[in-house]
Design a protein around this ligand. Structure first.
Ligand SMILES: [Zn+2]
Length: 211
């Protein structure tokens, strides 16, 4: 599946779950051990909480800066940042996207934050900076098992982690990959009714252009 950063500044929270057992999912903690670094590069295999490969990064034209350290944003994060009332967030986007497939994630695993720029400074401090990805750049991931993959275009607009030119918040896309592939015709608002997905052949490429 290819994720195209249409406008260049969007952070995309990414999850993958074993389609046969949602309790097995892509784990950033385990993946950092497997790849020996904190930012995956082309050829790196991300693994599950059972240490089995689930996604491989096979192409990256975005500059290679992603994050595996930061938790998905949630309503409490925005409360701490001073949001008044409800704020869209990646945690709820994940739940909504999975619900549209009739699934319930066992938890909100730490996501692979595509395009998110969190440098480690002085060997210890972390700081959110704008993405370095450019318009039209992309990342391609290959599934290593039948899995459910979920993306949330992060609606963070209260820190610098998603650039100012990001898409409207609340967008969500999700699909099955490497099994029977189902993909909505377009990225969907998380709360909108799900259209009938079109089945695709096993292994056929999927491209998601960010809204
Ligand atoms: Zn987010």
């Amino acid at each position: 599946v290819r994720v195209v950063n249409t406008k260049g500044q969007q952070v995309v929270d990414t999850w993958a779950f074993n389609a046969a057992d949602l309790n097995e999912f892509m784990s950033m903690e385990h993946s950092r051990v497997a790849i020996g670094r904190i930012i995956p590069g082309v050829g790196d295999r991300l693994v599950t909480n059972k240490r089995r490969p689930i996604l491989t990064l096979i192409e990256d034209t975005s500059g290679g800066i992603h994050d595996t350290l930061f938790a998905a944003c949630d309503r409490w994060r925005y409360e701490l940042l001073g949001a008044q009332g409800y704020h869209d967030n990646c945690t709820d986007n994940l739940a909504a996207g999975m619900k549209a497939l009739g699934l319930v994630p066992p938890e909100t695993p730490a996501p692979l934050n595509l395009f998110m720029n969190i440098p480690v400074l002085d060997g210890n401090r972390v700081e959110a900076r704008p993405p370095v990805s450019t318009p039209g750049s992309y990342v391609t991931l290959r599934a290593e098992m039948d899995c459910v993959i979920a993306f949330s275009a992060c609606p963070q607009d209260m820190s610098r982690s998603t650039g100012r030119r990001c898409a409207r918040p609340r967008r969500m896309s999700r699909c099955w990959i490497n099994g029977d592939i189902h993909l909505p015709d377009r990225a969907l608002a998380a709360n909108s009714p799900s259209p009938q997905p079109s089945p695709r052949k096993r292994g056929e490429g999927v491209v998601w252009e960010l809204p």
